[in-house]
Design a protein around this ligand. Structure first.
Ligand code: 4NP
Length: 161
């Protein structure tokens, strides 16, 4: 079996991408694939570097059984394009920022994470709405979208392992 690496990217790396990191890690762990799939997350902005995920994200994740208090925010770097097979943006602006950094020789997959959504309720979404300035429903929707996209991402990666 080979190895595949996945980087989830949002703006602050304290709400959406650490949630994707924790949810996808949990699915990978449950399937016994953690030695084969490496997961990380980061942000395009630098305001929250070194901080734990937003307590509201942690709370909503924990209600579904995901722990993310071990994660710390970091900024995206050029070396990420050397290290990751999939670089998945939480929204279209994150993708614009990543495309601007993309080296010509990057052979991995750079795209929107929600392109992996398959549930009919969620296929209309292309962006994970930023929950930072909103209420608790926003954090719950982040989890719904991320859980759905993670299922298909994992299915596709398993075919490549
Ligand atoms: P995230 O959410 O990109 O999902 O981590 C945000 C967190 C912080 C800010 C914006 C979005 N902020 O402007 O500080």
């Amino acid at each position: 079996m080979s190895h595949i690496s996945v980087l989830f990217v949002c703006l602050g790396n304290i709400c959406r991408s650490p949630t994707a990191h924790a949810v996808f890690q949990s699915m990978v762990d449950k399937q016994g694939l953690s030695d084969h799939i490496l997961i990380d997350s980061c942000g395009t902005g630098d305001w929250h570097i070194g901080r734990a995920p937003d307590p509201r994200s942690q709370h909503h994740a924990l209600m579904r059984g995901y722990t993310m208090n071990n994660l710390r925010a970091r900024g995206v770097g050029h070396s990420d394009f050397d290290q990751f097979d999939y670089i998945l943006a939480m929204d279209s602006q994150n993708l614009v920022d990543l495309e601007a950094m993309r080296p010509n020789d990057f052979n991995g997959e750079l795209g929107l994470f929600l392109n992996f959504c398959r549930h009919p309720h969620f296929t209309e979404y292309s962006d994970v709405p930023d929950p930072y300035y909103g209420g608790s429903q926003g954090f719950s929707l982040v989890l719904d979208l991320i859980e759905d996209a993670s299922l298909e991402l994992l299915r596709q990666i398993k075919e490549r392992l």
